[in-house]
Design a protein around this ligand. Structure first.
Ligand SMILES: [Zn+2]
Length: 317
């Protein structure tokens, strides 16, 4: 398969990872500098498209200096072990809470297998291999990754995942958003929240989106998928959609805790987002694979249960 690469900002090129064999689902990004740096790897099933993309962009096996992950969910980072082996000089950067799971992915794989099942684990992600611990650098909020005449500022953006970070490019002001705002695919004016278990938290999601908005100077670079220049519009939309989905589930949980029933209500809410009529069946499928309504329902239900438990254990004031 021919690699697909396209420039999204000065010295930043998107590489289509062909996630699960599909075009325009998940991007990795190469940042041009003395020390070439890649943001996101895709899963192990994306290894060849990513390597072919890097070869086309002139990055040889010994050249790649850095691999930075927004978070360790397998669609973003499942391939990092194999990619690290292919690029032996690259340092691997990830939030400190994600770092232990790169060195030993056993728990990560077990929890993803509970959510996706064994068959989809194999078809979507492939094997997940460890990264040698001495090659991993743990990140915290406020860190800077310098790589030649360019740097990435690290912003902690919990909400979708507790260990997620966004990255601000010093040269362009572009921000790599991971899944902090949800899923926004090209040519479809729909934003689907990404609220999976076990970490989803609506208040943290909203404050993380505001942190991204405050730092973005040019373009948001979504992992799913590509550049968005209308920063305020898409931040507003992401907050509104996430709140709407969260509230639908909270209201439903007052009457039922049946997952199927709640999924059906959330499907109605998702359809409301498609009132433009732009969602072709293919695009709905893309959203379902990247961020299924069932998984989102599970994440939001878990969030409200945790909230209720925390409130119940508070002493009365
Ligand atoms: Zn994710």
């Amino acid at each position: 398969m021919e690699p697909v690469t396209f420039e999204v900002a000065a010295g930043i090129t998107a590489i289509d990872t062909f996630y699960g064999g599909r075009e325009r689902y998940t991007a990795a990004y190469l940042l041009d500098a003395d020390e070439p740096l890649v943001v996101e790897t895709g899963p192990t099933t994306s290894l060849e498209p990513v390597v072919a993309g890097l070869e086309r962009l002139g990055v040889a096996a010994t050249d790649l200096a850095h691999i930075v992950l927004t978070h360790i969910h397998l669609d973003h980072a499942g391939g990092v072990g194999r990619l690290a082996a292919r690029y032996p000089n690259a340092t691997i950067w990830v939030h400190e809470r994600g770092a232990p799971h790169l060195a030993d992915p056993t728990k990560l794989v077990a929890s993803a297998t509970r959510i996706y099942g064994r068959d989809r684990m194999t078809s979507l992600f492939g094997p997940v291999e460890p990264v040698p611990p001495q090659r991993i650098r743990a990140l915290v909020d406020g860190d800077t990754i310098a790589f030649g005449q360019r740097a990435l500022d690290v912003i902690a953006t919990p909400g979708h995942a507790s260990h997620q970070v966004a990255l601000v490019d010093s040269r362009t002001g572009a921000v790599f958003t991971g899944d902090a705002l949800g899923i926004h695919v090209p040519d479809v004016p729909v934003l689907r929240p990404a609220t999976p278990p076990p970490d989803f938290d609506v208040e943290l999601t909203v404050s993380s989106i505001e942190r991204i908005r405050a730092r973005a100077r040019s373009v948001l670079l979504f992992a799913h998928f590509g550049p968005i220049v209308e920063i305020d519009r898409v931040c507003d939309l992401a907050i509104a959609r996430t709140r709407a989905w969260t509230e639908v589930v909270r209201d439903a949980m007052r009457r039922t805790d049946d997952l199927d029933e709640i999924v059906a209500l959330l499907e109605q809410e998702a359809a409301r987002d498609a009132e433009t009529g732009a969602e072709a069946p293919i695009d709905l499928q893309r959203f379902e694979i990247l961020s299924s309504i069932r998984m989102n329902a599970m994440g939001i239900m878990r969030y409200w249960r945790k909230r209720a438990e925390a409130e119940a254990s508070q002493p009365p004031s």
